[in-house]
Design a protein around this ligand. Structure first.
Ligand SMILES: [Zn+2]
Length: 343
């Protein structure tokens, strides 16, 4: 009798639908954070289960954020997420992608070389797939401080267009960029106008990834390429660090894509993934270093204080970094074209 009662209770617990709004209340977030429920970006289902609890490890700001896994298609996404008003405070001046050229004492040249190296690595990656020249048009979505666009213009003379929700016009060289401030899908962009569209660590921050891909599809030329880099959930560093994986970066990351869900999102919007790379231009060592830091030291990264240990410990990891293309360390990049109407 007792047993059957317990069984019944178990059964009820199994069938009771997981409610993300109730779960987030248990996490005791600051009262001024306003959350909104979302359904799966990939398949639209609202059925989900808890996947992990993330924190803002990079700056150490308060909060515990819930990632769920879709019961229907397995996409991992943040649900509920902060509404647009509440997320703004997480994109202040300290946000790492928007930091530019800080003074690091005697290591300043090393820092600058590393930052420029990131743009050179992006260039190397896209050049394998598309030839740019003065007649070609490049659009970088989430262009931040604009250094990638300026680098590409210098190297190929291509026309450069950038979109970001933050005004970057005070950064050096920005006058050379046809810059559009605001959300990508709200811009008035001509149809089939771009030869190359890039999104470097933009897509995983997106509040409406479906609208973004629809827009990219509409404005990309028939023979154009779309290059998207995002952190890879089914990677080695996620296995090492779990909810302290730097790719969680909550609350800014709205979804955590594994290879399957990333490719499925792109195909859903009429793209063909011509090349799938288990790496990106982003340095995997940043995820290795900060993952260990968040897991064993704590949250809140003081860039000025870590820059020296960062460069020295990197030396020990060089063999791993050299082999990054084969090790599935942290990133993934999809190089896509538009699916032809005859396909
Ligand atoms: Zn789904």
């Amino acid at each position: 009798m007792k047993n059957s009662k317990a069984n019944k209770k178990n059964q009820e617990m199994k069938t009771a639908k997981f409610n993300p709004m109730i779960r987030i209340k248990e996490l005791g977030n600051p009262l001024h954070y306003k959350f909104e429920e979302v359904s799966c970006y990939l398949c639209g289902s609202a059925d989900c289960k808890e996947y992990l609890i993330g924190e803002e490890d990079l700056t150490g700001k308060d909060g515990a954020f819930l990632y769920v896994q879709c019961e229907a298609c397995n996409l991992v996404y943040q649900n509920p997420r902060l509404n647009l008003d509440s997320i703004k405070e997480f994109y202040d001046q300290e946000y790492i992608a928007h930091r530019k050229k800080t003074y690091f004492g005697i290591l300043t040249p090393v820092y600058e070389w590393t930052m420029n190296k990131h743009d050179r690595d992006k260039e190397k990656l896209v050049r394998k797939f598309i030839k740019l020249d003065a007649s070609k048009k490049l659009l970088d979505v989430g262009c931040a401080v604009g250094t990638f666009l300026l680098h590409m213009k210098k190297k190929t003379q291509c026309k450069i267009v950038g979109v970001d929700f933050k005004d970057g016009s005070h950064y050096p060289g920005f006058d050379q960029i046809d810059f559009k401030e605001g959300l990508f899908y709200e811009q008035n962009l001509a149809e089939e106008d771009y030869d190359l569209i890039t999104m470097w660590h933009f897509f995983e921050h997106d509040y409406d990834p479906n609208k973004t891909l629809e827009t990219a599809h509409r404005v990309l030329k028939k023979e154009g390429k779309l290059v998207i880099e995002v952190p890879r959930l089914d990677s080695v560093t996620f296995r090492w660090f779990g909810n302290k994986w730097p790719g969680v970066q909550s609350p800014q990351h709205t979804a955590l894509y594994d290879k399957r869900s990333f490719v499925a999102m792109l195909e859903k919007h009429g793209f063909v993934v011509e090349s799938y790379l288990p790496y990106g231009a982003f340095p995997p060592f940043f995820y290795i270093f900060t993952g260990f830091y968040f897991r064993f030291i704590g949250k809140g990264l003081n860039l000025d204080r870590i820059v020296i240990p960062y460069f020295f410990t990197q030396l020990f990891w060089l063999p791993v970094i050299w082999l990054q293309k084969y090790l599935n360390l942290s990133m993934q990049t999809a190089v896509c074209r538009k699916k032809l109407s005859t396909e």
